[in-house]
Design a protein around this ligand. Structure first.
Ligand SMILES: NC(=O)C1=CN([C@@H]2O[C@H](COP(=O)(O)OP(=O)(O)OC[C@H]3O[C@@H](n4cnc5c(N)ncnc54)[C@H](O)[C@@H]3O)[C@@H](O)[C@H]2O)[C@@H](O)CC1
Ligand SMILES: Nc1ncnc2c1ncn2[C@@H]1O[C@H](COP(=O)(O)OP(=O)(O)O)[C@@H](O)[C@H]1O
Ligand SMILES: [Mg+2]
Length: 291
């Protein structure tokens, strides 16, 4: 299959490489009824090269998530009666991970809020915030808090237009306005923002530290407008951060490979019939085309 040129090569593997060279990543999310979301992120991290994937979920989701893939290590956390993280949910030490992805399927209760607040403070750690993590940033105006560490250059946000509308107040239908609002956030906090859509645009801070720059992705198709496609992207970007790519590079290569897998899935299964499962299963072929 012919494809556009990637923005950068996929990380290569030396002949004497070991799993520690490819990152130990932590995915956090899921809740009763949405265990599949964080399982998708975790499998996508494994399938895009992570050396070790640990997944922190509410206790009752453990067997479900572990059952999706034997390579996932699961960390059960304390939960509320309705199956989301409780206030006593305690994360393992973040310093023992190379990158962390948080948010898919997590819901927005007090336990989830505490987790997101603690991760915002860890600005020396590479982090991806998606879905309900972004909804918590919006609901509690966490990016406006005086307690927010100034430098958030190790943070990647992956909002869809609805999540970006909640975060910025700019409606999902105003694409230009949303991109301008994402640029303002990037200029203020230094994070990288993946503005999802057709096409997805990555907004990052310019190399000289002044202003924002955009990367317009040229892979992907409307077959990806289906539940779980974004959860796969969360795992891919977290995986690439864990493999020592910068936030800008991990976001650009992540959306490219994700879209290319979507194009392969559409070619093999059709746009209407492809799902997040075919998207995930197309990642090996997509990566193979790049190497
Ligand atoms: N298998 C699972 O367990 C899944 C769980 N999911 C989780 O479900 C929770 C809710 O996420 P959702 O994203 O479904 O719900 P949201 O309420 O965040 O988003 C849906 C709304 O956002 C707007 N929107 C989204 N994309 C848009 C676009 N391209 N253009 C214009 N408007 C757009 C629309 O108004 C739409 O009704 C999250 O925690 C998420 O991670 C989803 O990821 C789907 C799969
Ligand atoms: N029309 C489209 N063209 C290209 N990519 C799309 C299109 N619609 C959705 N996508 C991609 O699918 C993913 C959907 O993400 P998201 O809405 O977060 O899904 P979910 O939360 O259900 O997993 C994004 O990466 C987005 O770029
Ligand atoms: Mg999503």
């Amino acid at each position: 299959m012919s494809h556009p040129a990637p923005p950068l090569p996929f990380p290569a593997r030396a002949s004497d490489a070991h799993k520690g060279d490819f990152g130990r990543v932590l995915l956090i999310g899921g809740s009763r009824g949405m265990a599949g979301s964080i399982a998708l992120s975790s499998m996508a991290a494994l399938k895009t090269g992570s050396g070790l994937v640990s997944t922190a979920i509410p206790d009752r989701c453990l067997e479900t998530v572990a059952g999706f893939h034997p390579g996932i290590m699961t960390i059960p956390l304390a939960e509320t009666g309705d199956g989301q993280f409780s206030l006593s949910a305690t994360l393992p030490s973040i310093d023992s991970f190379d990158a962390v992805g948080v948010g898919p399927g997590m819901r927005t209760g007090p336990g989830s809020l505490r987790i997101v607040e603690s991760l915002l403070e860890k600005n020396d750690c590479l982090r991806v915030m998606d879905a309900d993590a972004i909804n918590l940033l919006s609901e509690h105006r966490l990016l406006e808090s005086p307690a927010l560490p100034r430098d958030q250059s190790k943070l990647v946000l992956t909002p869809h237009p609805g999540e970006l509308a909640r975060l910025t107040g700019v409606s999902a239908g105003d694409r230009d306005g949303q991109l301008a609002a994402a640029e303002s956030l990037v200029e203020k906090h230094g994070m990288t923002i993946v503005v999802k859509g057709g096409p997805t645009v990555v907004v990052g801070r310019a190399a000289d530290g002044r202003g924002a720059v955009r990367f317009v992705n040229n892979t992907g198709n409307p077959g990806m407008a289906s539940a779980g496609s974004g959860d796969v992207l969360t795992g891919i970007v977290t995986s690439l951060l864990g493999q020592r790519l910068s936030p800008w590079d991990a976001a650009r290569l992540g959306v490219f490979v994700h879209g290319l897998a979507g194009d392969i899935a559409a070619a093999n299964h059709s746009q209407p019939a492809m799902t997040c499962v075919e998207l995930l299963q197309s990642l090996p072929e997509a990566i193979g085309l790049l190497n």
